[in-house]
Write a protein that binds this ligand. Sequence first.
Ligand code: SF4
Ligand code: SF4
Length: 279
Amino acid sequence: MKIAILSGKGGTGKTTLSVNLFSSLNKVTLIDADVEEPNSHLFLKGNTYHEEDINKQYPVVDHDLCTLCGKCGEFCNFNAIIPAKKKVLVFDDLCHDCGGCKLVCPTNAISYTDKAIGKIFYQSVGDNKQFLYGRLTVGEVSGVRIIEYLKNVTKKEEVLLIDSPPGTSCSTVAAIEGSDYCIIAAEPTPFGLSDMRMVVELLREQKLDFGVVVNKSNLGNDDIYKYLEEEGIELLENIDFREEFAKIIARGELLVDHSEYVRNIMNSIIKKVLGETYA
Ligand code: SF4
Ligand code: SF4
């Protein structure tokens, strides 16, 4: 079963939820697909046993064959290839590796070459658990290829948690695609509600089942609960804010290692999402 954990914006407790659910399960794999800012590894402190470069391809133009017809530039949605007056300019950082410019080039002037855009780290955590995270190289514009790679190498796992990028970008879509269930981490504030609405729209468009965990539930107001009720969205759990929790998180430690209250909440979420046998 694949379970994605996501949020409308960063800082709503998505990673806290992911790593504490991971630690509450016996046999599970977690991937941190938030490749622009991965931070689950700071809490899990696993042993890295393997690292892999992830490459993308970008176009190289043979200027002897190029007639400066402009078709590659017209095709590219990302301004990554621009026919200028005297030669075609390629901005490899902006290239999304779609392969289209080569297809439209009438003189076969375009070929592709490889470039590393990031890395994947494989870690073991305890005896039964595996954790993988990706890191996009600074300056690269899209982590989709890294996320797809992370998902591909873990596709046969029985229980897979996916700590997804926040928001509703292409990276988020790549992370949640094919999930059996999604958990939205949200906060009961006006901004928290408006960011969550966008995620709800995305999940409905993608026809994915989902529920919500309200973090810092003793702060803010009731609007989020009214919204969940009106929309018929499952409220999985509430997690109160406590000052001691903020301190534990700041030390890079797991809440479940310190709080029975949080352990019970994680077990309740696991029962609701995965069933009694996993709790
Ligand atoms: S491969 Fe796609 S994204 Fe990259 S330069 Fe060509 S058309 Fe643009
Ligand atoms: S499509 Fe091919 S021939 Fe035309 S400008 Fe681009 S590289 Fe040159």
